[in-house]
Design a protein around this ligand. Structure first.
Ligand SMILES: CCCCNCc1ccc(S(N)(=O)=O)cc1
Ligand SMILES: [Zn+2]
Length: 260
């Protein structure tokens, strides 16, 4: 998948199945979450995020999103509990967003989408040796999804948006130390959970999704700064603005969505 796996110019999600047949699989993400059709699973506990010792490394434009990567040599920053049988290590977080004023989240709630969605990507280092190996296993990854809704400025998001000018072009990367994503969480950790996939190629069906019910609030101005990023590299003569880098909801195919 080259950097243009989203932009309409070079074909977006509708053609991914040609190179990635799993795109038409039985546990694809994202999905439309219909709250009154979700089931309360009494076995589900609360989730815990142990991020206090997390070590961010850098921020990069990978041609489909802007990604903050973390050191993951041990269980210094993990997500625990909820549907998870093991601690999952924080590897990176990234965002999906729309165009000016239009929606950009990947998951939707009763058909409604949010302006953007933050994904905190974790991997099962108890069962698998590397992130790459975990990314192909049915219980390999746990992604925490957080909706972003427009309103007032987010008090901490500026730490990310202030760095975006440094990673305007695909393939650019810059140091990004001592950022703790705990500051991007809403007040409630109530969530929906279901078995799904990566939402970009290679679309591996390896993700236990945990989507928080409560969105965080960010301003249109802050979101606008994400739209100054480019899908294209510095050397390319055509500049394609990075926006609408979200996959639409996929068929539920009989899956259960639980809540806590
Ligand atoms: C085999 C290597 C896979 C790399 N893939 C990264 C990746 C992580 C998370 C998501 S998302 N958007 O489902 O959270 C997509 C893609
Ligand atoms: Zn994502």
């Amino acid at each position: 998948a080259d950097s243009c796996c989203f932009c309409l110019v070079c074909q977006g999600p509708p053609v991914w199945h040609k190179n990635y047949p799993v795109a038409q699989g039985n546990r694809q993400s994202p999905i439309d979450i219909i709250p009154h059709q979700t089931s309360h699973d009494p076995g589900l506990g609360p989730i815990t995020l142990n991020y206090d010792q997390c070590t961010s490394i850098n921020i990069t434009n990978n041609g489909h999103s802007v990604v903050v990567e973390f050191e993951d040599p041990d269980d210094r920053s993990v997500i625990l509990g909820g549907p998870l049988d093991n601690p999952y290590r924080l590897k990176q977080f990234h965002f999906h967003w729309g165009g000016k004023g239009c929606h950009g989240s990947e998951h939707t709630v009763s058909g409604n989408s949010y302006a953007s969605e933050l994904h905190l990507v974790h991997w099962n280092a108890v069962k698998y040796k590397t992130f790459g190996e975990a990314a192909t296993a049915p219980d390999g990854l746990a992604v925490l999804g957080i909706f972003l809704e427009t309103g007032d400025d987010h008090r901490w998001l500026h730490m990310i948006t202030d760095a975006l000018y440094m990673v305007k072009f695909k393939g650019s990367v810059t140091d990004f130390k001592a950022f703790n994503p705990k500051c991007l969480l809403p007040s409630s950790l109530h969530y929906w959970t279901y078995l799904g996939s990566l939402t970009t190629p290679p679309l591996h069906e390896s993700v236990i999704w945990i989507v928080l019910k409560e969105p965080i609030i960010v301003s249109e101005k802050q979101l606008g700064k994400f739209r100054m990023l480019l899908f294209t590299g510095e050397e390319e003569d055509e500049r394609i603005r990075m926006e609408n880098n979200f996959r639409p909801p996929q068929p539920l195919k009989g899956r259960k969505v639980s809540f806590k």
